[in-house]
Design a protein around this ligand. Structure first.
Ligand code: ZN
Ligand code: ZN
Length: 316
């Protein structure tokens, strides 16, 4: 299978790495890897046909690790699979990390639970996130209770793809710090500033043998992002345009400042964070009539580093 269409796949190294975690953390052996980032959804709440809801896959040695499950997540995973990223066959998605429980980041949750089950996932989904993810999981499973009963009933249970337990979810409510590790990756959650979500809004840092990747979820300017990146290989950060902000109502301006990050703010933050590549996602144009051209121009004015405005199914 040829590599996915992208002229931006970065150089990889394949050495066995020993990663030493922060103070008090144990050293972890990670397998050699060629880590890929696949943007499955770069949208914001507005239902853009070109931008699915927030969802990002980090792929390490054929294993996908998903961050957020906005609307359209499973269909975008299949689209990536069809572009040659076989790891994103939806039945392979077994680990997901949710940044916060805003609907635009989570309304793909029942899709992520049930669609791969119907097509053959046989093991439970492992989901990590802030407090509230367990209750959301319980409610989703309860809401589709009749579906579960009928799919496990006398007709559907004999289908070759079927397993009785593939719909199950182990939901892990986690605190900032290392929340997951295996032979491929160490995942660290950290708090970001996202208005009234308080301590229930996370970014995540993925450390693999060849790359360090930081993804913010939704955030206003957060020093924690600078600390966690600190020269990381890839920083995936949300953004809105100053042009759109200038045209927005006072109510929208207040919300933007408390919950999100402008191009100018991001340029200053990324200058301090020093990522090898800055990927802009969750770009907010929908309500404010600004464009990607505005965004790129604004970023060029304030940021000297390498950046790209991400689109769905881009691979890095
Ligand atoms: Zn949010
Ligand atoms: Zn959002």
């Amino acid at each position: 299978m040829p590599p996915p269409t992208s002229n931006r796949v970065l150089a990889m190294v394949g050495i066995l790495a020993t990663i030493t975690l922060g103070s008090g953390g144990a050293a972890t052996q990670l397998a050699p890897s060629r880590t890929q980032v696949v943007l499955l959804g770069t949208g914001s709440p507005g239902p853009s046909p070109e931008r699915s809801g927030p969802a990002t896959a980090i792929i390490v040695n054929g294993q996908p690790y998903l961050v957020d499950f906005g609307p359209g997540v499973v269909r975008r995973a299949t689209a990536a699979q069809q572009k040659g990223i076989s790891a994103l066959n939806p039945i392979n998605i077994k680990h997901a990390f949710v940044t916060h429980l805003h609907s635009d980041h989570t309304v793909g949750y029942p899709d992520l639970i049930f669609t791969p089950w119907v097509i053959g996932r046989k093991v439970p989904l492992e989901v990590y996130g802030p407090p509230g993810i367990k209750a959301m999981t319980d409610h989703v499973l309860a809401a589709w209770g009749d579906d579960i009963k009928i799919r496990n009933g006398p007709t559907e249970r004999d289908l070759p793809e079927h397993s009785a337990d593939g719909y199950r979810v182990n939901a892990h409510e986690v605190s900032p710090g290392v929340v997951y590790k295996d032979g491929n990756v160490v995942v660290t959650a950290f708090n970001v500033n996202h208005g009234e979500w308080g301590t229930r809004a996370f970014g995540y840092r993925f450390q693999t043998a060849d790359r360090t990747i930081v993804i913010t979820g939704d955030t206003s300017v957060s020093n924690s992002v600078v600390e966690q990146c600190n020269g990381c290989d890839v920083l995936i950060h949300e953004v809105y345009t100053e042009a759109g902000y200038a045209r927005a109502s006072p109510e929208w301006q207040r919300m933007r400042r408390a919950y999100h990050t402008s191009s100018r703010q991001l340029g200053e933050l990324a200058t301090r964070a020093r990522p090898g590549l800055l990927i802009l996602y969750h770009q907010q144009y929908q309500f404010t009539e600004s464009t990607e051209e505005d965004l790129i121009r604004e970023m060029r004015e304030v940021y000297r580093g390498r950046f790209v405005s991400g689109h769905d199914l881009d691979v890095f």
